[in-house]
Every structure is written in structure tokens, then in C-alpha cells.
Design a protein around this ligand. Sequence first.
Ligand SMILES: [Zn+2]
Length: 431
Amino acid sequence: MFDPEIEMLSKEKLQELQLERLKKMVKYAYNNVPMYRKRMDDAGVNPTKVANLDDFAKISFTKKDDLRDHYPYGIRAVPLVQINRLHASSGTTGKPTVVSYTENDLRTWGRLMARTYAAAGVTREDIVQNAYGYGLFTGGLGFHYGAEILGCTVIPTATGNTKRQLMMAKDMGSTVLAATPSYAMYLAEAAPKEGYDLQKDFKFKIGMFGAEPWSEEARQRIQNALGLRAHDVYGMSELYGPGVAVECIHQNGLHIWGDEFLVEVIDPDTGEVLPEGSYGEMVFTMLTREAMPLLRYRTRDLATVTWEECECDRFHPRIMRIKGRSDDMLIIGGVNVFPSQVETVLMGMEGVGDQYQIIIDRDILDKLQVKVEVDEKFFKSPDYNAAKFAKKLVDEMTAVMTIRANVELMAPGTLPRTEGKAKRVIDLRKE
Ligand SMILES: [Zn+2]
């Protein structure tokens, strides 16, 4: 463990610490952020009298639009001179969402990331190849500084330049791969084509994968291909970046670092706070952030959160696998479909390659179309019968999603590859 004192807190002590920090944060936000002052005044919330989570729940949610409305510098509680760094995520409306950090924030985030690596089993002996994009995106620097603080050897390869990436991995003997899961899959596919033997040439033991949703079945594939243990890392730039939650070595849900983040689970339609163990939208409050306090931030991510003790002895609450982002949910012919459901079916089937694309076409009445690459070995084997295999996929998907999908089988290597985040869904209704 990187921070055993905090990581080993009992549930009671952790919740006590959360409440103590929350009370301070509410006052801090009231005193320093005009938006929060107004909202608390409007809701009749006296910041000095917030004594429990019920009082706290009277404050209205913070939404992504609130961040956009505060362009360029974002929701800010300190003067610009105290801001040490800015990051930004691309927005759909043209202007990016900007987030800011004080020196203390950067230290906190770096230590959270160090803890995140350590929980996944990474130690200072490890060589971390960081294939996240460096830049405004928080992935690159987040994974970079966390590994340095833990004391690892860090190789900042960044995303892309796959030939050099593979060469460095082999020659440096990298033991940890930090990347998006789709890029990890891409590397696994590219390596044999570049003449590498996946089993013999690489020393990867642990993968730190995040920044996009991925299924349990995709995890199995990545683990088998790269011979490593693949860990899901959760975060978003609004909440520092990566390092909000991570799977420990037991890979049984993602521990949310409860000393820094308070999580509520709400009904996304009514906003009502749901009891522990319910499935709903995760809402986060940052408990110590200085530059950009966030109270009750709606993530749009749907999941169940549990406070049950984990086998690793940590009580930091766990996100049981995230089903999807409510923004990603597709409504096709009146039925709700998550792209992750499609992935679960596909990646769990033998003979399916690693690449697929979901296409929703308005011209054929909101019909779900899925382009699926066939596994190379299967494609070349005498057992392969395209019509039969396509029918098997259609049957399986129909059974799981209750809507019929069109399946188009593709030859191996024909769907577009990306070196960063994968674009799996093409919604022609929006284009
Ligand atoms: Zn654990």
C-alpha cells in the first residue's frame, strides 16, 4: 500500500473523515465560489449548519453545463496566480471544459495516482510504459506523475507510433502498460505483425486501463493476449483525472478513494438519492480540492456502489462494473441499448475478432447494425461458414438485448483502428 494509514481506515472512520471534510468543503465552496453561494442561499442551506448527508443533499447538483458556463477558467475558488496547471477535455459544443489545479491539488492527485498504481500491485521496481496521450487530456500526466511518485521507472511513450512503442516495450522490459483498453488491444494485434512473439518478447505483468468503458470479456481478451493482469481505472478530468477509483488485485469492483471523494448514487430521472447498493447514476463531491471545488457533480455514469469490505481489507467503497454512461445509452426502436451490452456478447464469443462497430442508421428505422471482424484463425479455418456464424451472432444478441441486430461480418483487419480512444458507435441519426 502507498498510504496504509488512509487505505486501511475502517468503514466508520472513513465515513467520519468524509463527513468532517465535507462540512469544511461546503463552507469553503460557499465562501469562495459565487455559484455555490447563490445555490445554497436559494436552497436555504446554511453552510455552517450542514451536519449530515441529508442536509447536504439539499444543495442542487453540479452539471457539466456549469463547467461550460464558467469558460475559460472553470469553477474557481482561488485567484489565477494560485493555479498551477490547467487541463481540458474536448466538448461537443466547440469550447472545451477547463479544469484547474493548485499546487496542493497536483500533489493530492499525484499521491492518489501513486496509491492507485499500488492498489493494482505496482511497486517501485516496475517499469511503467505510459501510452496515454500527453497534453490537455489528463491521462498522460496523471499516469505519469503517479508512477514517478510511487518510485517506478517511467517511460513516457505516449499514444501512437506503435512500432516504436513495441520496440521500447521489448528492449526496456516494461512491466506495466498504462493505456486505453482499446490501444492495449491494438498493441496486442500489431505485435505479431511486427515480428514479435507476445508470450516471449514482453515482460508486461500489470495493465492500467481506463478512459473508456470496456467489458469483462474485453478484459479476458487483453489479459490472454498480453499475459498481464488488466486493471480498470476510473476517473474524469472534472474529478482531477484518472485515479478516482481502481480495481485492487482481487479485481472485484473499483475502490473509490473515499477520503477524497464522496459518492452518492441517484435516480437519474428524479435526482433522488438511492439507498446503498442501488443501481443508479454516480454523483461525486470532491472533499479537499482547492482550485475547483465540485459539490454533487453528476457523472452520467451508471453503476452500483457497495461499502462491503473487500478481500484486500480496504473499506473504500467499490463501484461494481460500470454498465455505461447514460449519455451513451442508445434508444433503438424504443428499446434502451448500451454499447457495453453489444461488446459483452461479441467479446464473449469464440471466433469474433477484437474489433467491432455499432452503426445506427436512421434510413432503416433506427435499426441496429453491427460490423464485426472475424478472428483471423477462425476466418482461415475450414470450419468457418459466414452465413451460419452471422446467424449465431444475431441470435445471441437478440437474446441479450431483446432487439434484433443486423450483423455484417468483416474480414480480419478491415475495420478502422485508432491509437487513442476507440470510436465504436456511429449514430447516423446525429450526423
Ligand atoms: Zn480490494
